[in-house]
Design a protein around this ligand. Sequence first.
Ligand code: ATP
Ligand code: MN
Ligand code: MN
Length: 307
Amino acid sequence: ELAVDRAVGAGEAEHRGIRISSADRVIYPGPALSKGGVARYYDRVAERMMEHAAGRPVALVRMPSGLDGQRFFQRHPGKGFPEAVRSVRLTEADGSSADYITLPDPAALLGAVQMGTLEVHIHGARNDRLDRPDRLVFDLDPDEDLGFPAVRKAAREIGDLMARFGLASAPMVTGGKGVHIIVPLRRTAGWETVRGFAEAVARGFERRAPERFTATASKSGRKGRIFIDWLRNGAAATAVSPYSLRARPGAPVAVPADWDELARLDRADGFDIEAAVARAQRDCPLLDASRGAQGLSQSVLDAMEDW
Ligand code: ATP
Ligand code: MN
Ligand code: MN
């Protein structure tokens, strides 16, 4: 079995060679989930999750005292992290640069958990080529009173458009309210091109069906609509990682689905830990899509112009 769940002492556990302190501390109330339970979850999905999250800059949502305590959205390395957690220097278009957290392997993931991490968010490029994204994300953010069927339908429409451009994609329920449509990319284009493409798609949907979509972040413009958040695409932007827990009541998980499966899901936060582990042990639709990844070539950009 994958899970190494060795009791080391009262309130301690060890996973992947990382000592987890205060393992019995309750992090999620409700159906109670302890820090040790969080570590056990990440241990069980580590290999699969790291196929998506390893070797790129990440941001961590840390809540060391649990859901009722302080919340830290941490992008830069800090004191006290286990050595397994590493850093990578990222230089942005304006020339500014900074060190970001990066997780090379399952031990690093568990190192982040030891520091109170609940959520892992990932950048769209890998460390060895930070100026060439290997994924593009459309983050569908529905207005509060819009039901999930509307989100599902919108996701499908974006996926179909990508397919028309020859781009494979996969939907991911976020564990929150919405769906991300993730388009794995061959690393031929830079951020400006990828971001421009994402914006053009979002604005195209808004133009065609302004009663259903907005491409603008403002809360007021979202009334009864879905905000197609294309701003997740940028050198320093992040989106929640596949198989990340969410720091929300009930401990829901962000889980990639295939398009047929999405049609049968009735909410974005329907995967709890057990369901997510079971799903992670099967195929991964997003990895499947990655195997057919295309670049944003001139022919794709031309097809976009004609759309
Ligand atoms: P939902 O489906 O509920 O929208 P989501 O993960 O898409 O879930 P959003 O609020 O749409 O949530 O996206 C926020 C994104 O912005 C996160 O995925 C995260 O990567 C990024 N982000 C940037 N700064 C922060 C921050 N301070 N706190 C949380 N997220 C942040
Ligand atoms: Mn969202
Ligand atoms: Mn968003």
